[in-house]
Design a binder for this molecule. Structure first.
Ligand code: GLA
Length: 504
């Protein structure tokens, strides 16, 4: 009979099997870990040999009930495998649990973490309290466009600079800085709190901010009073990427909480949900579940999907209510990473357009890890890609040079062009690339990129813009018209030039 049980009912059966009298091996029963490394957070191990073949489950705070595979119990030691994540070389990892006197020593590896922890025998009641409660996903539905994000969202997010060191005071300071610098008036209106704001759930299950955010509603009011919008962050799994409380089992409730606070933007990050939502169907349904929950609140909330571009997200992102979707893992403040994402992993252009955008991640401009020319490339590439422009630096420390990069009205206009076409490479030659982005006024933005380490001369022709003849040419960064006869340009190492061509 036991063979027919699922993992979850197995957990229940194991709870019943906790009494040592029924134990078939000295490891049978419940083992509790009161001190566990936070990732993956193993809190309990259960083994039963009832019915012959031993079975077992490891319960973790990140991934819930993880079923033991190929479990062998011999001489007071259990050896088994657990499904592993994000490590193609090791789709499973071997673990051991061995008796040490009255205790159980658990040793194993999971993704980037090594766990070694000692557990004690537990009672059925204790096991029940730690048993993971699974939820079921709704069937996939389809959400119609709601008119938000007709152009790529622009604003600021806390993660790239502050990571978890974010608080109410800093967010208010960023809102003030957006106004004082003129960045708000250049279009950067979202103020997004990323991971690290969450506290615990109250008795009613409602998610409360941690002590660093005393009053979210008051913070939203503060942001709104400055003509800005407040964004927040959550995850479909039990844990967010930094290990905070996720929305698992509380999706509708969290959507209502965010709406009641006055939130205007949600970034929903797969994180620990990747254990549960590991195929195209499930990942779509979990993102749809939150998309539908946000809609049901009646509040206009921009919905940012962050599942690192898995399962061709651009093909279904709009359907689940998404207005932007990440195309990759995380950007870092260095040229190779920025270039790898921006040039080669920025999503399929056919998926982008008014209401839904490929998101190659937030900007690093102003964080200091790249040269000026590399940041010119960063901004030019994002503008050509019709990418969301989410700044990620400390806005209070925006140098005049950085401010110029971020507020160039003509460059921003290329990004925000009403036609919403995502530009792409028209030509690649060695370390140079010429990109093309048709604009609503009939002109064509052409970007000349030099990915090499030496200056490069790049020539453009009417054909690069899809014209038979050129009628005018403008240097977009400089805001100056050029002679249309000028077709050859020297581009600095890792730098870029942005042109606007008119023609016939
Ligand atoms: C993931 C996301 C990042 C950031 C962190 C927060 O890594 O991709 O953008 O939100 O989580 O923990």
């Amino acid at each position: 009979m036991l063979r027919a049980l699922t993992t979850l009912s197995l957990a229940a059966a194991l709870t019943l099997a906790a009494a040592p009298a029924r134990a078939a091996t000295p490891l049978d029963g419940v083992w509790l870990f009161d001190k566990a490394p936070s990732f993956p957070g193993v809190t309990m191990l259960q083994i039963t040999s009832q019915g012959g073949k031993p079975k077992g489950v490891v319960t973790s705070t990140w991934y819930g009930a993880m079923e033991m595979q190929n479990l062998v119990v011999k001489d007071g030691k259990a050896t088994f495998e657990l499904r592993n994540l994000n490590d193609k070389a090791h789709p499973t990892r071997q673990w051991t649990a061995a008796l040490e006197g009255q205790a159980l020593k658990l040793v194993g590896d999971f993704w980037y973490a090594h766990a070694e922890q000692t557990g004690r025998r537990g009672k059925a009641r204790e096991a029940k309290a730690r048993t993971f409660k699974p939820t079921t996903l709704p069937p996939l539905g389809s959400l119609t466009p709601d008119g938000l994000a007709r152009t790529p969202p622009m604003g600021w997010s806390s993660w790239n600079k502050f990571a978890e060191n974010i608080d109410d005071k800093t967010v208010r300071a960023m809102a003030d800085a957006l106004v004082a610098t003129g960045l708000r008036d250049a279009g950067y209106i979202h103020v997004n709190i990323d991971d690290g704001w969450q506290g615990t759930r109250g008795p009613d299950g409602a998610l409360r901010p941690n002590a660093k955010f005393p009053d979210m509603k008051a913070l939203a009011d503060y942001v709104h009073a400055r003509g800005l919008k407040l964004g927040i962050y959550s995850a479909p799994g039990p844990k967010t990427c930094a290990g905070y409380e996720g929305s698992y089992g509380h999706v509708q409730q969290d959507a209502r909480t965010f709406a009641a606070w006055g939130v205007d933007y949600l970034k929903y990050d797969l994180c620990s949900g990747e254990w549960f939502y590991d195929d195209a169907d499930k990942v779509q349904r979990t993102y749809y579940e939150m998309g539908a929950a946000l809609r049901a609140t009646g509040r206009a909330i921009v919905y940012s999907l962050c599942e690192y571009g898995r399962f061709d997200v651009g093909a279904w992102g709009r359907n689940v209510g998404g207005h932007l979707w990440r195309t990759t893992g995380d950007i870092t403040d260095d040229y190779p990473t920025m270039a790898r994402i921006g040039f080669d992993k920025n999503g399929k252009p056919e998926h982008a357009g008014p209401g839904g955008w490929n998101d190659p991640d937030m900007l690093e401009i102003g964080n200091g890890g790249m040269s000026h020319d590399a940041y010119v490339t960063h901004m030019t590439l994002w503008a050509m890609s019709a990418a969301p422009l989410m700044m990620g630096h400390d806005l209070r420390q925006t140098s005049p040079e950085v401010l110029k990069l971020l507020t160039n009205r003509e460059v921003i206009a290329v990004d925000q062009d009403a036609m919403g076409v995502q530009g792409q490479a028209a030509r690649r030659e060695g370390t140079t690339e010429v990109w093309k982005k048709p604009l609503a006024d009939g002109s064509v933005a052409l970007a000349l990129f030099n990915r090499g380490d030496a200056p490069a001369t790049i020539s453009v022709s009417a054909a690069d813009a899809g014209f038979t003849g050129l009628e005018g040419m403008r240097d977009v960064w400089a805001g100056a018209d050029l002679a249309s006869s000028r077709t050859s340009f020297v581009v600095p190492p890792r730098g870029a030039l942005l042109l606007k061509a008119r023609g016939r």
